[in-house]
Each structure stands twice: as structure tokens, then as C-alpha cells.
Write a protein that binds this ligand. Structure first.
Ligand code: 45D
Length: 321
């Protein structure tokens, strides 16, 4: 029987628990636009008391520089309008340009805007702003999440902002290469996963920890797929490679333990849990995640899903119940 992505998505389904992350984002989505901006401001500055992201670096900020310069020239009212347009996904020139940014450039743009807001160069949250009950609820919900989940909520709200440009050709035909992310801490050299002895998996982690995306992609079948957290599967080597170069740079992957089951056709299903660090926060924030691999009889990766775990307890939840 041929492997299908639909059936691959369901491997180890029983170990999947509902995540608080989409639930928190659903609450955020219901807020008014000014409440959204206020929520992000409070969540980000509150988080900043314990963990702060690493500065994005000049090369990455350069990609956002022209927008940031335009915003700096504006009156405070115009600046507020730009932020509202972004949060509303309105169709405006700035909101469109933002829509074409990669995930990391979007984050760098807001990082810098946040700095400019702190310095008073860009309009802060209005002085007369009164925190609504809705914002309080979302903030309280956010406080109950662990740090890895909190930064995922912030990241995903930032990614969703701006005009939806999917399906639109970029205005400039020359694609800008993603600047390299400096690793905040060294990637683990040797990969040892309790209970797992599968070359495709070990080589995958080693390649990712070296930012060697060509080597990682070569481990997949031609019709293979990678499913990031809260995302639909990305299908085919070319699309997977593009995604990895944009979003997987500088990640430190520390798989800890896993289980492997043989399928009737000689394929294998593996579930591995462990911790991943983003270069934005380095070793300060560990994200508890699972990889669910489907490896074909020839030892190639047909499918891998990456899931955020509902709680650290899930690091141990490997088997069937
Ligand atoms: O609106 O095996 C202000 C894959 C004001 C690849 C603000 C992976 C108002 C394969 C506060 C200024 C990648 C899938 C906003 C593995 C306002 C694979 C600013 C997984 C917006 C393992 C807010 C990788 C700011 C994972 C500046 C799980 C917010 C990676 C900044 C996860 C937030 C990475 C930042 C995460 C968040 C990174 C910098 C969750 C970064 C999060």
C-alpha cells in the first residue's frame, strides 16, 4: 500500500493533546485592534523581565530598514495607524510589504519597532489606554503557559499580521537571501536518542544542527513532507528546503528519547520527544516538542511532523495507551 500524507499525519495520534497555544491565539483574535496591540506590548514587556530576545543583527534589520525608516518619519498618529493596519491585515502599502517579509524579518521588524517605542521615537501605547477585560483574560491565559509556549504565541501573532500576500508575486523579482542567524549557543555535536537507532532520524538532527539543509532534504523521499507546528504539510524536497532555509536556521535540536514501531510494509513510525532552542532566545527558552517520523522501507523520510507539546509531562508520553 502506498504511503499517503493523510495517513502519515495520523501516526501516534493518541499521544497528541490539544495545545493551549491555538486556544490563546483564538482569544487574542477576538480582541479589538487597539487591545491586540496593547496585549502584545504588555505580554512582550512582561516577558522581557525574565527573558529577552537576542538582537536580530544588522543584516536582518536591513531587510526591514526601508519600512522602519518610513515609520520613523511619520507623526505619532500615522505611526499608530500603521500598527493598526498591520494588526488588522489591512491592504496598505506598508502592510503589503510586511506581508512579503519572511517570519524572521517580521520578528526583527517588531523587535526594532519595540525598541523605538521604548525610546519614544515611535508612538507608544496611548497614555489614556484603559486595559479592557478581554486583554486581562488573554494576559492571564498567557501567564499560565511555559516560556516556550509564550514565545510561540507571540511569534504566531506576528506572522499573521500584515496583508495576506500568499498567492501574490513579490514586487521585486530578485528574492533576497535570508541572512545567516548566529547560533546563540553551540549546537550539540553528537546525537544520541534513547530507544532510537534509525540513521535517517539521527542524520536529520545532525544536518539540522549544522544548518546543512541540503543534507537534511536529501534524507526525504521526492514526495516527502514536513509538517511544522500548527501548519499544514509542506510537500516536496524543494519546498521543504526553502522552508528550512527561511525558518530553521540556527535552531539547536536536542532530541532525548523515542520509540520506533515497524509497519507491515517495512516502513517505520518513530516518535521522538526533546527540546529545541531558537536563536532568538538561545538556551534561555527550551521548547518541548515531538517529532513524528514515517520512514519508508528504503530508509527515506516520507513524513515528519513537529508538534509543540502540551506540557513537559508529554516528553515522557511516547507509547500507545
Ligand atoms: O504588535 O525539525 C510590540 C522546524 C508592540 C523545522 C510587538 C522545527 C506591539 C523542522 C511589543 C513591539 C522549524 C519546523 C508587537 C523543527 C506589537 C524541525 C513586538 C521547529 C508585535 C524542530 C513583539 C522549530 C515581538 C521551532 C518583538 C518550534 C515579539 C521553532 C517577538 C520555534 C517574538 C521558534 C519572538 C519560536 C519570538 C521563536 C522573537 C517560537 C520567537 C519565537
Amino acid at each position: 500500500m502506498a504511503l499517503t500524507i493523510d495517513s502519515a499525519q495520523n501516526i501516534f495520534k493518541e499521544t497528541q493533546l490539544p495545545s493551549q497555544i491555538p486556544a490563546t491565539i483564538a482569544l487574542f483574535d477576538q480582541l479589538s485592534v487597539d487591545d491586540k496591540l496593547a496585549y502584545l506590548w504588555y505580554a512582550y514587556t512582561e516577558m522581557g523581565k525574565t527573558i529577552t530576545p537576542a538582537a536580530p543583527g544588522a543584516a536582518r534589520l536591513q531587510l526591514a530598514e526601508s519600512l522602519l525608516n518610513q515609520i520613523k518619519q511619520m507623526s505619532p498618529e500615522e505611526q499608530t495607524k500603521v500598527m493598526r493596519d498591520l494588526a488588522n491585515r489591512a491592504d496598505s502599502p506598508i502592510s503589503r510589504s510586511y506581508g512579503f517579509f519572511s517570519v524572521n524579518t517580521k520578528l526583527a521588524f517588531w523587535f526594532e519597532l519595540g525598541e523605538l517605542m521604548k525610546q519614544g521615537v515611535v508612538a507608544p501605547i496611548p497614555a489614556n489606554y484603559q486595559m479592557s477585560e478581554g486583554v486581562k483574560v488573554v494576559l492571564e491565559t498567557t501567564q499560565k503557559l511555559d516560556a516556550g509556549q509564550q514565545i510561540t504565541v507571540l511569534r504566531n501573532t506576528v506572522v499573521d499580521m500584515g496583508f495576506d500576500t500568499s498567492g501574490m508575486a513579490p514586487s521585486s523579482s530578485k528574492p533576497t537571501a535570508e541572512p545567516a542567524f548566529e547560533r546563540t549557543s553551540n549546537a550539540p555535536k553528537e546525537v544520541k536518542i534513547d530507544g532510537i537507532n534509525e540513521p535517517a532520524v539521527t542524520k536529520y538532527i545532525e544536518a539540522m544542527n549544522a544548518d546543512n539543509f541540503d543534507a537534511a532534504v536529501a534524507l526525504f523521499t521526492d514526495d516527502g513532507a514536513l509538517q511544522p507546528p500548527f501548519h499544514k504539510p509542506i510537500v516536496g524536497k524543494q519546498a521543504i528546503g526553502k522552508y528550512m532555509r527561511e525558518e530553521a536556521q540556527g535552531l539547536n535540536m536536542m532530541p532525548k528519547k523515542g520509540i520506533s514501531e515497524n509497519g507491515p510494509d517495512g516502513s517505520k513510525q518513530l516518535k521522538i520527544t526533546g527540546v529545541v532552542e531558537t536563536p532568538w532566545f538561545g538556551a534561555n527558552v527550551g521548547m518541548n516538542i515531538a517529532w513524528r517520523f514515517l520512514v519508508n522501507p528504503q530508509g527515506k523520510i516520507f513524513f515528519v511532523a513537529i508538534d509543540m507539546l502540551a506540557s513537559p509531562k508529554e516528553l515522557l508520553n511516547l507509547g500507545r495507551k
